[in-house]
Ligand binder design. Structure first.
Ligand SMILES: C[C@H](O)[C@H](O)[C@H]1CNC2=NC(N)=NC(=O)C2=N1
Length: 114
């Protein structure tokens, strides 16, 4: 699946281990997402972003929050003056699911349109 194909999808509720992506799927999807990496435990994907100042950082995070709300899939967020870090994991699955990659792709599309 390409970045654009991922970004066009919508998150649906995914609960249970049957929604966990296998290694091959994670590797293929991660390759579509520039700068996103797997966390050490393999259960989340994360990316750090830099911005010129606080209001640009917060503007981006508000757009991220809008997407998260719309998709009902929510990242862990850490932020400071000109930087933030997003991490997606599907708690209800205890692993990575397609929802994590859909949200990351929608956020990448946001940046590409900047
Ligand atoms: C019912 C609803 O889909 C779930 O509660 C959602 C809400 N947001 C979520 N966000 C994340 N990151 N993982 C989840 O498993 C999750 N579950």
């Amino acid at each position: 699946m390409t970045l654009q194909e991922l970004a066009r999808q919508h998150c649906v509720p995914r609960k249970g281990a049957e929604h966990a992506l296998d290694e091959a799927a994670v590797t293929q999807l991660l390759a579509q997402l520039p700068g996103w990496q797997r966390e050490a435990d393999g259960k989340a994907i994360a990316k750090s972003y830099r911005f010129a100042d606080f209001h640009r950082t917060m503007g981006f995070l508000n757009a991220v929050a809008f997407i998260a709300n719309q998709q009902d899939h929510h990242p862990d967020i850490a932020a400071g003056y000109g930087h933030c870090r997003l991490a997606f994991s599907t708690h209800d699955v205890g692993a990575l699911s397609l929802n994590d990659f859909i949200c990351a792709a929608k956020i990448e599309r946001l940046i590409a349109e900047r």
